[in-house]
Unconditional design. Structure first.
Length: 369
């Protein structure tokens, strides 16, 4: 569904720009615009075909991804800026009965400036997508019968290992995660997606062997893994590397804390209340790919849920729509006895662009009292 919406958005944006220029530009200007649109649409279309067929494990396709990302983002922001000023012109002419538009500059100069502004925003998004941040949270939970006073967690989600997360970037993520010396590492889904080659999967697994947290590495699947045709093979690959893959399972870790790992909502899964019945009187870490609260009002212990999925919108203006769909799209939310921490994720999906959000590895320090 994601790729269909992306393709539809690109086609509609191109049509809008073409229709808009056709009304105002000369025939020569129209031909030039159409030429550039075709020249950019061909590599963009080729890139997306290769992306969804898992054939992007090469440098030249990575270059295509940057061309596609820059083009799509420029297209999106050009449409937003053009549409905004078209609406202003319409209001100015029809509401205030003015013959000219709201701005005295020529149609060509105004739109050239807006297009350049859209390109600059898109280029920033491309640059921002190459940076990985560290975000830290300090959280307090009830100690219950735990033998710990604190716990250091490295929390990663939505890596989407593939076209944008190249070999050197994989090693960088491993090192940035290790530098905090976490006692526990958790990954909440979408480690792989449609673009991940078998070679990159094995390279990531090899990199994860550099991690040696005291309490292990725990993983739950996201929606992209369940859509993969290599689901069972990926499961064996992770388990062979010593990763604890949890599918509606409960693990009481050394009388210190409990981890509840859930299947994604795409799969048939057990009720959370049933899983909580299997826990001991310990602090509970709930791993669930998607950030939804569930009714556990009958349960008298504190829960910390770690989730991803949203990418914090990845690109504005999609972020406000994500905020509508996901009430808890990013950050730390507190409800009585049920806290939710949502990360924007390590990777990107579709195009290597981040605008209005950042890639991050999350460091969580829990103090038990």
């Amino acid at each position: 569904m994601g790729w269909l919406l992306t393709a539809l958005a690109v086609v509609m944006a191109n049509w809008y720009l073409w229709y808009r220029y056709r009304r105002h530009a000369s025939k020569l200007e129209i031909r030039i615009i159409e030429f550039f649109q075709v020249c950019l649409l061909i590599p963009t279309g080729l890139y997306f075909i290769l992306y969804f067929s898992r054939n992007i494990d090469s440098v030249w396709v990575q270059v295509l991804s940057y061309v596609a990302g820059l083009y799509v983002a420029t297209l999106v922001y050009s449409c937003i800026l053009f549409l905004f000023f078209d609406v202003l012109d319409f209001i100015w002419k029809h509401l205030f009965k003015k013959e000219q538009g709201a701005f005295s500059v020529s149609w060509f100069h105004r739109n050239f400036f807006l297009f350049c502004l859209a390109f600059v925003i898109a280029f920033y998004g491309l640059w921002n997508g190459t940076h990985l941040e560290i975000t830290s949270y300090h959280i307090t939970m009830e100690k219950r019968e735990s033998n710990l006073s604190s716990l250091k967690i490295a929390f990663l989600s939505d890596l989407h290992i593939g076209g944008f997360i190249r070999d050197e970037e994989i090693l960088k993520i491993v090192d940035r995660t290790n530098e905090w010396n976490p006692e526990l590492i958790v990954l909440t889904g979408d480690l792989f997606d449609e673009s991940t080659s078998e070679r990159q999967k094995k390279l990531w697994i090899q990199g994860m062997k550099e991690w040696n947290p005291k309490y292990g590495i725990y993983y739950v699947y996201g929606n992209h893994e369940y859509l993969s045709s290599t689901f069972e093979e990926d499961l064996k690959l992770l388990e062979h590397a010593g990763i604890h893959v949890l599918e509606d399972e409960v693990v009481n870790v050394e009388h210190a804390f409990t981890i509840v790992g859930r299947k994604d909502r795409l799969a048939k899964r057990r009720a959370l209340s049933d899983l909580l019945m299997e826990t001991e009187d310990l602090p509970i870490l709930l791993l669930d790919h998607r950030p939804y609260y569930e009714d556990v009002s009958d349960y008298d212990r504190e829960i910390l849920q770690l989730s991803g999925h949203t990418h914090n919108g990845q690109i504005f203006p999609f972020k406000p729509f994500y905020d509508l769909v996901h009430l808890y799209a990013y950050g730390y939310y507190q409800e009585p006895s049920y806290d939710l921490l949502v990360t924007s994720g390590v990777g990107m999906w579709g195009i290597p662009v981040r605008i209005g959000s950042s890639r991050e590895v999350v460091q969580v320090l829990i103090n038990f009292n």
